[in-house]
Design a binder for this molecule. Structure first.
Ligand code: GLN
Ligand code: ZN
Length: 764
């Protein structure tokens, strides 16, 4: 008889009503004291533990909660504090903690970047000059708290050393083993103290094992885990992976830990254990409920999956759990009041997923019969959801099935198109533009809220948006930009806005998930086949264009990004939905073109973050992305110029894909890694037009003309001036008016000067 344990991997921090966010922001604004902040967040943390216990899950994670980010928590625990924050030993106070995350007047914040292929951002540890020390045993404190206050024997969660170091910057690859040795005793101390306190299971998160690691790293890792189990032999260590299958499975499965956590939702863990087996002496923590989406699971097939898994392993114990931390889904569907009840019943957020786990564990333990009521109810809801009206659209399905290669190819190759575009657009050498959004001032946000609450009419709101566009077209003309934008004032969010206007989407009221720090996003739901309903951006674009003789860019969010930043149902493959979105956007592109818009930008900031962890799976993902982008954009005439924008700079690895999009112009974020991206152009030939961001929009600082000139000149050493565009790194919605105008003026002046010099050069 196998022993079955239900478990959770991590719980959302934010609270059902984003209490956590509110408390943090009040504290930052000095509206509440540190004590009040800690009281409130402690209460929330304890409630979350209590809730999990009430839901009946056996292994409850502790220490997964955070006041900002768990990677930063780990850095703090090991005393990894960049020099500029002037830390001189001892416990790290809250001010220092938040300063690293958010910056101060004197010290810039640490970099923040996406956590694997999610939209969660972590604070990148800076290991330069680091002297790791244990400043506090964080997991121990939380373990004890849970024991004392709730009476549970929680499962401490620790970010594993391999992942932690791999996500850090400020050291060279060759120094990895040495660094690891420096951290080893600290980790061991944490574990020993947990052991002494009576902890039993400990979850060590190592999602990095889903990526392609070198032989040396794997060897070093194995050694570390050997030390762990030697030094803390009574702890039951779970080596927890997620977001994909373990690439070096053969090696990792021999690590001397008690349990290995595998993700049975993303990647092919079942194949791995079928083909390469699972060690007899280990416990399998099977991640079977999808922690990355929000749909009710098909419990019957999940139970079958567990049964299948059971037949392929010899171990006595199986842990049933979500595929990853539930940090990536909203808290509970309970308060949702506006959704179609059938759709609501088809959803499962964190709490509901925990219940699913509990049910499955019970079923596996005591047989299907024991959970027949739950299975029946689940089936009923699933059938209703599947058959809900409006979820399938045969016309769209047929159209997509019948697409031919010509549907994804522009009429002429770039070299011919660009001539026609040049003729139509009459742009100067080194044209200047922006990425799309302009300051979303408090007035803009307040006015939108008033309209949503019915305090002003739709007409009044529309007029307000028009006034904003009007004002900013004038400003852009005065600054002397060559290609203007309408400013995106009507959009709260670049995905939600499109979701609201396409068929197949739904929006929740409280479906928030943490994105970074206190910032939460509410991803739209894609509940069914996506299709085009009505014009989305045409009105604003043509209004803006009517105000100026300069070209105004139409501005769309691309299919890959819309898909990546939504919760998409899994009745059909993701790629099918992506193509449906692309097909709908294609109609918007055509509508813009018909209405006289000559430049259309399709943003794909999420293209890179969606890459699978395992490089062997990249090509398929990238091919699908290229296909969808081309489906969106290829039907325009030669003279219509297609732009795209991406906000990251590791360009090298996906160079071929970027080229494959066949966009006439691409703009890319650059200023934070100038050297890197420019060297890409020395090594590869890129023949289309390109704008490398010439200043960083994340900082309120207004860059000088001289420094922008320097950035431009640097880029022009490897990119021809006839192909180069001048633009900021990204959209300007988070900057204020003064910063925006100041920076853009510097940029345009810099462009003018360089233009003169280059023009003289070209003539010679
Ligand atoms: N057009 C968008 C903007 O300017 C692009 C944002 C992004 O790349 N994330 O805001
Ligand atoms: Zn961007």
């Amino acid at each position: 008889m196998t022993n079955i344990i239900s478990s959770n991997v991590g719980y959302p921090r934010i609270g059902e009503n984003r209490e956590w966010k509110r408390a943090l922001e009040k504290f930052w604004k000095q509206e509440i004291s540190e004590t009040a902040l800690l009281e409130e967040t402690t209460q929330l943390r304890l409630n979350n533990l209590q809730k999990q216990q009430d839901l009946g899950v056996e292994l409850i994670p502790v220490g997964d909660a955070s006041l900002y980010d768990h990677v930063l928590d780990t850095s703090i625990m090991f005393g990894i504090i960049p020099e500029r924050f002037k830390y001189d030993g001892g416990e790290v106070d809250l001010d220092t903690y938040f300063s690293i995350a958010r910056g101060t007047n004197d010290a810039v914040a640490s970099e923040m970047t996406k956590w694997f292929n999610t939209n969660y951002h972590y604070i990148v540890p800076e290991l330069r000059h680091a002297k790791p020390t244990l400043t506090s045993n964080r997991p121990l404190a939380f373990y004890q708290e849970a024991k004392d206050k709730i009476g549970i024997d929680g499962k401490p969660v620790i970010l594993g050393p391999i992942t932690f170091l791999k996500l850090s910057k400020g050291y060279e690859e060759k120094d990895f083993p040495t660094l690891l040795q420096q951290f080893l005793p600290l980790y061991i101390q944490v574990l020993k103290e947990l052991q002494a306190a009576g902890a039993s299971w400990v979850q060590i998160d190592e999602p990095i094992f889903g990526t392609n690691l070198s032989e040396e790293v794997i060897t070093a890792a194995k050694n570390v885990y050997e030390q762990f189990s030697k030094e803390a032999p009574k702890l039951k260590l779970i080596l927890q992976t997620y977001f994909g299958e373990v690439v070096n499975y053969e090696a990792v499965k021999s690590f001397p830990v008690k349990a290995i956590g595998l993700d049975f939702v993303h990647g092919n863990a079942l194949e791995l254990i079928k083909q390469q087996g699972f060690p007899e002496d280990k416990v399998l923590a099977a991640g079977i409920i999808n922690g990355r989406n929000v749909w009710l699971s098909d419990l019957e097939s999940k139970l079958d999956l567990l049964e299948t898994i059971r037949t392929h392993i010899k171990s006595e114990t199986i842990i049933a759990q979500p595929s990853c931390s539930l940090l990536h889904v909203p808290v509970t569907i309970k308060p949702e009041g506006n959704l179609d009840p059938v759709i609501k019943d088809g959803l499962a957020f964190a709490d509901e997923k925990i219940s699913e786990i509990v049910t499955l564990a019970k079923g596996l333990k005591s047989g299907k019969q024991q959970i027949r009521q739950e299975l029946a109810a689940n089936k009923q809801k699933r059938i209703q959801f599947t058959q809900a009206s409006g979820r399938t659209n045969d016309v769209v399905r047929r159209k997509i099935d019948n697409l031919t290669p010509t549907d994804t190819a522009r009429t002429s190759p770039f070299a011919q198109r660009i001539k026609k575009q040049a003729e139509q657009l009459q742009l100067p050498l080194l044209p200047t533009t922006t990425i799309g959004s302009l300051p979303q001032s408090a007035v803009v946000r307040q006015t939108r809220t008033k309209w949503r609450k019915g305090e002003i009419t739709a007409n009044q709101y529309e007029q307000f948006i028009k006034d904003q566009i009007n004002k900013w077209i004038k400003i852009q003309e005065e600054i002397g930009l060559d290609v203007l934008v309408h400013g995106e004032f009507e959009r709260t969010d670049m995905v939600e806005y499109f979701g609201e206007k396409l068929n197949g989407f739904g929006v929740t009221q409280y479906g928030w998930v943490q994105s970074y720090g206190s910032r939460c996003v509410k991803p739209p739901l894609i509940t069914g086949d996506v299709s085009y309903k009505e014009a989305i951006t045409v009105k604003e674009s043509i209004y803006a264009q009517s105000l100026t003789d300069k070209p105004v860019k139409g501005m769309l969010t691309g299919p890959v990004t819309i898909l990546n930043w939504s919760f998409v149902h899994d009745d059909v493959p993701r790629q099918t939905v992506q193509n449906q979105i692309a097909f709908a956007l294609r109609q918007e592109v055509e509508a813009l073109e018909e209405n006289g818009i000559k430049i259309i930008q399709v943003d794909e900031p999420a293209l890179r973050e969606g890459l699978p962890l395992d490089k062997n799976r990249w090509q398929e993902y990238l091919d699908d992305a290229v296909y969808a982008f081309r489906l969106t954009t290829a039907s325009v005439q030669d003279q219509t110029q297609i732009h795209t924008h991406m906000c990251y700079s590791e360009f090298q690895e996906i160079f071929a894909t970027i080229d494959g999009l066949d966009a006439d112009v691409i703009s890319i974020e650059t200023s934070r890694s100038h050297g890197e991206i420019i060297s890409t152009f020395e090594e590869n030939t890129y023949e289309k037009e390109i704008g490398l961001g010439v200043y960083d929009i994340h900082s309120p600082r207004i860059p000088s003309q001289a420094e922008i000139k320097q950035n431009i000149n640097r880029a022009l050493q490897s990119i021809s001036p006839t192909l180069f565009w001048i633009n900021p790194d990204c959209g300007l919605k988070t900057r204020n008016e003064v910063e925006t105008i100041g920076a853009l003026k510097s940029m345009v002046e810099a462009a003018h000067e360089i233009r003169k010099a280059q023009f003289a050069n070209l003539k010679q």
